[in-house]
Design a protein around this ligand. Sequence first.
Ligand code: FE2
Length: 129
Amino acid sequence: MITQDQLPMLAIPSMNDNHLEEILLIHKLDKVARANDIKAVAEVLREYVDHSIKHFADEEKLMREADFPDYLTHKGEHDRHIKEMGALIKYFDKNQDPRAIYVHIEGGLSPWILHHMQTMDSDAAEFLK
Ligand SMILES: [Fe+2]
């Protein structure tokens, strides 16, 4: 699980706020998945994707306004993540398997998020400030 002290402190406060909210939602998702609460997993998965869509749109707006040179690469990673979450939701709705969710959080989602924040988001925040 990603902990708050693992989050890079970026120069753009709104990005830090979004990142903290994001990891709290992932903690919530992990908790309901481990508790085998199918209904709550379905809800929190959607809540998490909605948050990601909004959080990425905020970041992308800042990058576009500043003519950030790596905008397209960065947006490509965001789009890939949203697509992957869409596939995960589809899989979950069909199979109702909470274990797949917490396994994915541990093995795929958390490492990706941490890496994305430490590399692409840090570079973008450095440019934006
Ligand atoms: Fe990002």
